[in-house]
Ligand binder design. Sequence first.
Ligand SMILES: [Zn+2]
Length: 346
Amino acid sequence: MAKQKTCKNEHWPRQALVTGAALLLLLFLLPLFLLPQEEPPTEEPEPTATLPLLTPASVSPVPGWDQSQTLRLLRSDGRVENVTLADYLWGVVAAEMPASFSAEALKAQTVAARTYCLYQRAGAGDKHPGADVCTDSTCCQAYLTREQASAAWGANAQRYADKITAAVSDTNGLLCLYNGQPIDAVFFSSAAGKTSDAAQVWGSEVPYLASVDSPEGDEVPGWRTVVTFTPAEFTQKFTLAHPEADFSGDPAGWFSALVTNDSGAVDTVSIGGVTVTGTQVRSLFGLRSAHFTAAAGDAVTFWVTGYGHGVGMSQYGANALAGEGKTFDEILKWYYTGISVGGWEQ
Ligand SMILES: [Zn+2]
């Protein structure tokens, strides 16, 4: 008994000391974990000067989710490689959005890209047998390897790489959901005041792809472009696609009956007596968008505003909204009508 007592008396102070030391250590370390993760000072000002330093997250990421998803990625050289969704998304965001954009815009882009990827994978069918996604922007989404991105970014490479890594991990597992399912989260570069309704561009109604206001404007590089053809070039291109067109009259009458949709983009226009859609004209003459006016005379001229198909999220619009202080989920809900942002309960 005596021995036991002695033993206890000898051990108690040591245990108390160890516990005390651990508590003290915790007290010193805890504030380090609670400190906001600030971006390192930058050489050039970010376009988000009005954003508070720490934006409260209204939706929480799902740690580990992107790392648990594996994709078969078809590379441009034909190799198919297994990559995690986290790695794939890094390359997509690097390729699809300027890395100089603000953090909330990059996060909105990441969630849109993650959602678009899963939506595409579910309905991929036999677009590329043996692979879930490819690196061709006209088929799936654009993609840059770390080396390609680094070369493109030059002196900013490390800072931009870190920004994209943060955008992916800060939104881990988050998707745009409609009726609990990932949406067709299409996006494009810049709008001319408003986005377009999916029905007006692709002919079928999608409830969450409705026309909404988009705040970007002349600050966007190449927002307004002018495209000119000689009358011979113009009539040749058009006649190749529409042999029935009649360009025998005065060029001033070649364009008629131009009808615009709610977003101001060209819905239909008559060219040489043939009615075509704005999207067809855009594709035929390589215009940056279907938001244009046109005139024919000694030359045929298109005045074009914005860049892209105009449906879903505008990337420059997302950056403008982020500059106004909107968070990534607010930006996504702005462009995709009636959605929620969260983890996917399959
Ligand atoms: Zn593809």
